[in-house]
Design a protein around this ligand. Structure first.
Ligand SMILES: Cc1cc2nc3c(=O)[nH]c(=O)nc-3n(C[C@H](O)[C@H](O)[C@H](O)COP(=O)(O)OP(=O)(O)OC[C@H]3O[C@@H](n4cnc5c(N)ncnc54)[C@H](O)[C@@H]3O)c2cc1C
Length: 491
C-alpha cells in the first residue's frame, strides 16, 4: 500500500453538496482532493432536478397549449419527445459527460481523483491504491441510490429507475409507476402529457403522503385529468416480465400491465461501502447522523442526502455552506496555533468566506460558524399545479402538542384564480402556533405554488408575527394575495 499523501481535506462524493464543499475550499486555498466514482455534479444535473424539470417545462407547455380552447381560440397540439430528449442530452448533461464539471473543479484549485473512496482510519481515505491523510478532515457527500423494494420477481426484470426515465429517447406506449411520491408524480404527469398511458400504484392511502392531505387530493385530481390512473392503498406483491410487457400483481388480486415499469419507491444511503467502522461510526444506520455543524465524528463531516435531513439540492447547498465555514474555522485556528504571531497567511480567501457566513447563525468555536436549522425547510413537487410546502403540516404540528390554528383558502376564489380560470386549481393552507402568534407551516398549491411559497418560507424562517403578516400589502391581483385571505381565516 502506498504511503499516505498529506492534504488538507478529502471530499468523497462530488454531487451537489460535495462539489460545492470541495470547490469552495480549494478556491479558498486549501489543498483539497475530490473523489468521485461516477459523474461530478451527482444526481441533480444528470438524472434528477435539472433534466426532470426540463421534461416538466415541455409537458407544461403542452398543457398550456391545450388550455387555449375556450380562452384564446383553438390550438392543435402534437407532442414530440425528440426535442426534450435532445435538450436533456445536449444542454443538461453533455451526453452524461462531466468533463466541464471536472475542469471547473480543477480550475478552482482542486485535485480530482476518479474512483470509489473509503475511510480507512481517522482523516484517512483510500481510493484504489492511493491513500490520502487529511489534516483538517474528510467530508462525505455520497448521496443515495434508489431503493428497490423486495417484491417477488422484480429484481430480474428490466425495470426503470429515474436514470432510464430521464435517458429515454423513445417513449413507451404505457408505463406503470410504482410509488406515488414527488418524483413518481412529476414523471407520471410528464409522460401522460406526452401521450403515454400511465398507471400509478401507491401502497399508502394517498399520493404525496408526506404533505397535507389537501395537496394530495388536488395533485391526484390534476393527474387524473391528464389521464393518469392512480391506485392508492395497493401493495405490489409480484412483478413479471414476458420479454415485452410487465405485469404487476397486487393485494386484493389487482393486476396491472404496461410496456415499462418505473420504480420510484424511495432512496437509500449505502453506508456499508464507506469504511465507517474504521472511525468508530455505525454503518448499520439508514443515514449518517450529523450535528448542527454537519459533524459526524472528529474530523468527519457529511453533507447532502446522506445525512437524511431532506433529499433536496437546496439542503445539500445549505449544509455545504456550514461545512465550509466549519472547516475554514478549523484551518484558521490550526494555522494560527502553528504561528502564534497570527501573521501566517491563512487562506486569505478562506477567511473571507468563513466570515461572510457569520451573520446567519449562532456561534461556532470562533463565533463564525452558522448552525443548521431545518424549521423552515421548503419543498416543492413540480407537478402542475405545483405543490410547495414549508415547515410542519397540520398533523405534525398537532402531534407535537402545539396549539394549532389553520387557515385555508382556495386559489379559485381569489381574483387571480378566477381570472386564470382553467388550470387555477390550488389553495393556500397556513398552520400557525396560536400561543406564539407565528406561522410554523404552510402549503401553497397552484400554477406557481413553488414561487408563491417564498413569502411563506420567510414568514416561517423569521417567525414573523401574524399581526405583521396581516398588515402588510399584498399586490393585486397576484396568486400570493390568497395568503392574506388564508391569514384572515386562521382559526
Ligand atoms: C428524479 C429526481 C428529481 C429531483 N428533483 C429535485 C428538485 O427538483 N429539487 C431538489 O431540490 N432536489 C431534487 N432531487 C434531489 C436531488 O437530486 C438530491 O437531493 C441531490 O442530488 C443530493 O445531492 P448530494 O450531493 O447529497 O448527492 P448526489 O447528488 O446523490 O451525489 C452523490 C455523489 O457521490 C458519489 N459517490 C457515492 N459514493 C461514493 C464513493 N464511495 N466514492 C466516490 N464517489 C461516491 C456518487 O457517484 C454521486 O455522484 C431530485 C432527485 C431525483 C432523483
Amino acid at each position: 500500500m502506498a504511503e499516505p499523501e498529506q492534504v488538507d481535506v478529502v471530499v468523497v462524493g462530488l454531487g451537489v453538496g460535495g462539489e460545492e464543499v470541495a470547490g469552495r475550499l480549494a478556491e479558498a486555498g486549501l489543498s483539497v482532493v475530490g473523489v468521485e466514482r461516477d459523474l461530478v455534479g451527482g444526481e441533480c444535473p444528470y438524472w434528477g432536478c435539472i433534466p426532470s424539470k426540463m421534461m416538466i417545462r415541455a409537458a407544461n407547455a403542452l398543457a398550456e397549449a391545450r388550455r387555449v380552447d375556450g380562452l384564446a381560440g383553438t390550438a392543435e397540439v402534437r407532442p414530440d419527445w425528440a426535442p426534450v430528449a435532445r435538450r436533456i442530452r445536449e444542454e443538461a448533461t453533455d451526453n452524461w459527460d462531466d468533463r466541464v464539471a471536472v475542469d471547473r473543479f480543477v480550475g478552482r484549485g482542486g485535485r480530482f481523483v476518479r474512483g470509489s473512496g473509503r475511510l480507512t482510519g481517522p482523516g484517512r481515505v483510500q481510493v484504489g491504491d492511493q491513500v490520502f491523510q487529511a489534516r483538517y478532515g474528510v467530508v462525505l457527500g455520497t448521496g443515495t441510490r434508489p431503493t428497490v423494494p423486495p417484491i417477488d420477481g422484480l429484481a430480474g426484470t428490466p425495470y426503470w429507475t429515474n436514470h432510464q426515465a430521464v435517458e429515454v429517447t423513445e417513449l413507451p406506449e404505457s408505463l406503470l409507476v410504482l410509488g406515488g411520491g414527488a418524483i413518481g408524480l412529476e414523471l407520471s404527469q410528464v409522460f401522460a402529457r406526452f401521450g403515454v398511458r400511465v398507471t400509478v400504484v401507491e401502497a399508502l392511502d394517498r399520493v404525496l403522503a408526506v404533505e397535507e392531505p389537501e395537496a394530495s387530493e388536488v395533485v391526484a385530481a390534476a393527474l387524473r385529468a391528464d389521464g393518469v390512473e392512480i391506485h392508492t392503498g395497493v401493495r405490489a406483491e409480484r412483478v413479471g416480465h414476458d420479454g415485452q410487457r410487465f405485469t404487476l400483481s397486487a393485494t386484493g388480486g389487482a393486476e396491472f400491465t404496461a410496456e415499462r415499469l418505473l420504480v420510484v419507491t424511495g432512496r437509500r444511503a449505502h453506508l456499508e461501502e464507506l469504511g465507517l467502522d474504521s472511525v468508530g461510526v455505525d454503518a448499520g444506520q439508514r443515514y449518517l447522523p450529523v450535528d448542527d455543524r454537519m459533524r459526524v465524528a472528529d474530523d468527519l463531516w457529511a453533507v447532502g442526502d446522506v445525512t437524511g435531513e431532506g433529499a433536496f439540492t437546496h439542503i445539500a447547498m445549505y449544509q455545504a455552506a456550514i461545512v465550509i465555514a466549519d472547516i475554514l474555522d478549523r484551518a484558521r485556528h490550526a494555522r494560527a496555533g502553528a504561528d502564534p504571531s497570527g501573521t501566517a497567511s491563512v487562506v486569505g480567501g478562506a477567511m473571507g468566506a468563513a466570515s461572510s457566513l457569520s451573520a446567519s447563525g449562532s456561534s461556532g468555536s470562533a463565533g463564525t460558524v452558522p448552525r443548521a436549522d431545518y424549521r423552515a425547510l421548503p419543498r416543492v413537487t413540480f407537478t402542475d399545479p405545483e405543490a410547495g410546502a414549508v415547515g410542519l403540516t397540520e398533523e405534525q404540528a398537532r402531534a407535537r402538542g402545539i396549539n394549532v390554528q389553520v387557515g385555508f383558502t382556495k386559489l379559485g376564489s381569489s381574483t387571480r384564480g378566477w381570472i386564470h380560470r382553467v388550470g387555477d386549481e390550488g389553495f393556500i393552507k397556513l398552520v400557525a402556533d396560536a400561543d406564539q402568534g407565528v406561522l410554523i407551516g404552510a402549503t401553497s398549491v397552484g400554477p406557481a405554488g413553488g414561487e408563491v411559497l417564498s413569502g411563506l418560507v420567510v414568514a416561517v424562517h423569521a417567525a414573523v408575527p401574524l399581526s405583521l403578516l396581516r398588515h402588510m400589502i399584498y399586490a393585486y391581483p397576484t396568486f400570493h394575495r390568497a395568503i392574506e385571505d388564508a391569514l384572515r381565516k386562521l382559526s
